[in-house]
Design a protein around this ligand. Structure first.
Ligand code: SAM
Length: 239
């Protein structure tokens, strides 16, 4: 078992992403069989951003979601926020020349006022935070009424014929590829373990509703091992 206890989780997660930042995008491309960009595009599409909108992507890492958003809607104000500076530094280097506002921030205490953004997105953040409900509450707080929260994450493999194959992939193939490519066996054992021990989308949906979102729904991808959840902040809510 490599999962850290909740007391040490934030520090462990920050150090881990700091170590793998340089190879993160390459590993992601391989692990998702090249689907990572398409999923980022779907997150952006579900965020339903109007022209000139303000987008916050929290746990932005190297900025894949904000880049997908800027490709679709170049006049966005796009804020990419993360608590691991090495991930943002890798993204800044990679996406040099793009108008991205990089910002150091903790998802559990966002440094923004209420109702500031038209949408708040995240990719593979929620599995890593110590308090999921608080993370969603913070996203709702900074979101304007009527705006969308869209959350992409991995999900425990659902029961079925493919489950044994998915488990082999998660428990053997990913740690092996991770140690060969990034040199960090711990990080790529943490990923499958945190995925298998994570909440199913139905539970995340309940947490999103409890944080104040409405019209909450989700779509499973990649044989149910990836999920995109979305919800809307009701109009007439304050903050
Ligand atoms: C797996 S990476 C995802 C990067 C990117 N969103 C993507 O879709 O590829 C998760 C990111 O979440 C960040 N993260 C985890 N917990 C966080 C927190 N409490 N506050 C801010 N960022 C956090 C990590 O630093 C890391 O960069």
């Amino acid at each position: 078992m490599v999962l850290p206890d909740s007391h040490h989780k934030a520090g462990t997660v920050k150090n881990m992403f700091g170590r793998i930042a340089g190879r993160y995008d390459l590993m992601n491309r391989l692990m998702t069989f090249g689907r990572d960009k398409a999923w980022h595009r779907e997150v952006v599409q579900r965020a339903a951003l109007p022209k000139g909108a303000r987008l916050l992507d929290i746990g932005s890492g190297t900025g894949g979601i904000v880049c997908a958003a800027l490709d679709r809607n170049p006049d966005l104000l796009a804020v990419a926020a993360d608590f691991t500076f090495a991930m943002m530094a890798a993204g800044r280097k990679r996406h040099h020349g793009r108008t991205i506002h990089w910002c150091g921030a903790d998802a559990l205490a966002l440094p923004f006022g209420d109702n500031r953004f038209d949408a708040v997105t995240s990719g593979y953040l929620i599995r890593n935070v110590t308090d999921i409900r608080q993370a969603f509450e913070e996203q709702v707080r900074v979101l304007r009424p009527g705006g969308k929260v869209v959350c992409l994450d991995t999900s425990p493999p659902p029961p079925g014929l493919l489950q044994p194959f998915i488990k082999v992939y998660l428990q053997s193939a990913i740690p092996l590829a991770g140690s060969l490519i990034s040199g960090d066996t711990y990080a790529y054992r943490y990923l499958p373990e945190s995925t298998q021990n994570f909440h199913p989308p139905e539970k995340l949906q309940r947490l999103m509703r409890a944080a104040g979102l409405q019209q909450v729904g989700f779509r499973r991808l990649m044989f149910g091992t990836v999920v995109i959840l979305h919800g809307t902040k009701p109009r007439g809510t304050s903050p």
